[in-house]
Design a protein around this ligand. Structure first.
Ligand code: GLN
Length: 486
């Protein structure tokens, strides 16, 4: 089997057995990336020299009997994670010239475990988007159909994993940006519990919602990476001090007796019929493995999108105020005075969607509207979190669709923000409530992948990963590969 079609777990076995070295593996993947990136536009930066050097170090460590749990294994990072000495653009012209002086905690931890980083992936500008079309570097294409979006905002990560350019990529999820692109490209996307993985060095979009996670081809690989990425970090004030379990240890156990909640509101008119049918097939597989299904209600589900689009812009308008053309990032030339410098630097550096969010955010936070919008949204956010709490009194996890439909065509929704925003209807709730969730490929609709979405209680990642892994032992959807990338 060629190296590029293997999962991280399979590659780890091959490296250990001496079937190939990390240097050979890295060189082979760099070649594949070079061959396909022009078509897919999945990468903003390819770090070939750094990767080959890291791979050589990993091979030496292996020969010396040292090296961490990911020694020599290839990954890529979403370009939202700060990487020392390497351009970190966040998909924006604003940071097109930014070389980070430090590593994000996630980057640091994965490197310490021996992972080899091959590049930085394309993304929606400041992670605002669901299609990768807001990137300053242009849209990413879906390997299953080049006319379609790979989802967003982690679209470069999802496309590169789906096209077998890399077995695993980091991503971030504020309202669905790991799970939605995973669903639309037939990959696995894991968003951990809020506070489980450090946000230090991850460029902030909406700080109370942002969480780092991974896109892989198997739940087993996601478990392997989460074990390395998770844990308390004193540099992130919302990181939670709780021991990190061995996520791989329990994934082999049966899901017999697991209580799976099916949300009444999920299977309504907004869901593509065939997409719903694939998800129901997947739930039937879980039942055949001994899980029992229970109907649950999330009565405020329809309020999650409007609530999110008050809270997230409010936080982003505050977070993005630091990009002023003075300290770092894009600076307008020949400014007349300080105000002109601020206005033009921001006017030139940010794209339309980012500006739309900043304007919405400053509006809902302004003195006359704060109570009507921001405060109200915070109250509804609590109601949504309470709905989940109530549902989890009866079930261990909730299963449903990740997205309302398979991948849409590039250009189809980009001029209609509301249609674009509705793509996240099933994923946003988990962010508002801080819950962990995963999307797993569960079938094809008109030759395009769709995802099964599982959500569990806070710190319920082990349950999610076990359920997803058991599902993948029974099915082959995660092994399906787009024809042009076989
Ligand atoms: N699509 C959502 C948005 O545009 C979510 C983005 C994300 O999770 N980063 O805000």
């Amino acid at each position: 089997m060629s190296v590029y079609s293997q999962t991280l777990t399979e590659l780890a076995t091959g490296l250990e057995a001496g079937e190939f070295t990390s240097l050979e593996l890295t060189a082979a993947l760099l070649e594949r990336i070079a061959a396909h990136n022009e078509t897919l536009n999945a990468f903003i930066t390819i770090t070939a020299d750094e990767a080959l050097a890291a791979a050589a170090r990993a091979d030496e460590a292996r020969a010396a009997g040292t090296g961490g749990t990911l020694n020599g294994l290839p990954i890529v990072h979403k370009d939202i994670f700060c990487t020392r000495g390497v351009k970190t653009s966040c998909g924006s012209k604003m940071l097109d010239n930014f070389i980070s002086p430090y590593d994000a905690t996630v980057v640091e931890k994965l490197a310490a475990a021996g992972a080899v980083v091959l590049g930085k992936t394309n993304m929606d500008e400041f992670a605002m988007g669901s299609s990768n079309e807001t990137s300053f570097y242009g849209p990413v294409r879906n390997p299953w159909n080049l006319e379609c979006s790979p989802g967003g905002s982690s679209g470069g990560s999802s496309a590169s994993v789906a096209a077998r350019l890399i077995p695993a990529a980091t991503g971030t999820d504020t309202g669905g940006s790991i799970r939605q692109p995973a669903a639309l490209t037939g990959t696995v996307g894991l968003k951990p519990t809020y506070g489980r993985v450090s946000r230090y060095g991850m460029i902030a979009f909406a700080s109370s919602l942002d969480q780092a996670g991974v896109i892989t081809r198997s739940a087993e690989d996601a478990a392997r990476l989460l074990g390395v990425m998770a844990g308390f970090d004193e540099r992130d004030s919302t990181s939670i001090e709780q021991a990190v379990p061995d996520y791989l240890a329990g994934i082999g156990e049966s899901i017999r007796g697991l209580r799976v909640g099916i949300v009444r509101q999920h299977f309504d008119a907004g869901l593509d019929e065939q997409c719903g049918a694939r998800v129901k097939d997947a739930i039937a597989v879980l039942e055949s493995l001994g899980a029992t299904t229970v109907e649950v209600d999330l009565p405020n589900l329809d309020l999650s999108v409007p609530t999110y689009y008050v809270v997230a812009p409010a936080e982003c308008s505050s977070n993005l105020s630091r990009f002023d053309g003075v300290r770092f990032g894009h600076r307008a030339e020949n400014a007349e005075d300080l105000e002109d410098l601020y206005c033009r630097s921001r006017g030139e550096g940010f794209g339309d969607e980012v500006k739309r969010r900043i304007m919405t955010g400053t509006y809902v936070l302004s003195a006359g509207y704060y109570d009507a919008y921001y405060l109200k949204a915070q109250q509804v956010r609590q109601l949504i979190a309470d709905d989940f709490k109530q549902a989890f009194a009866d079930v261990d996890l909730i299963a449903g669709p990740t997205t309302p439909s398979p991948a849409f065509k590039l250009g189809d929704k980009v001029d209609d923000p509301i249609q674009m925003y509705l793509n996240d209807i099933y994923t946003i709730g988990a962010n508002l409530a801080g819950l962990p969730a995963i999307s797993v490929p569960c079938g094809l609709v008109d030759d395009m992948p769709v995802g099964l979405h599982l959500v569990s209680r806070h710190f319920g990642e082990e349950t999610l990963l076990r359920c997803a892994h058991q599902y993948q032992l029974q099915t082959d959807w995660h092994k399906a590969c787009p024809e042009a990338f076989k």
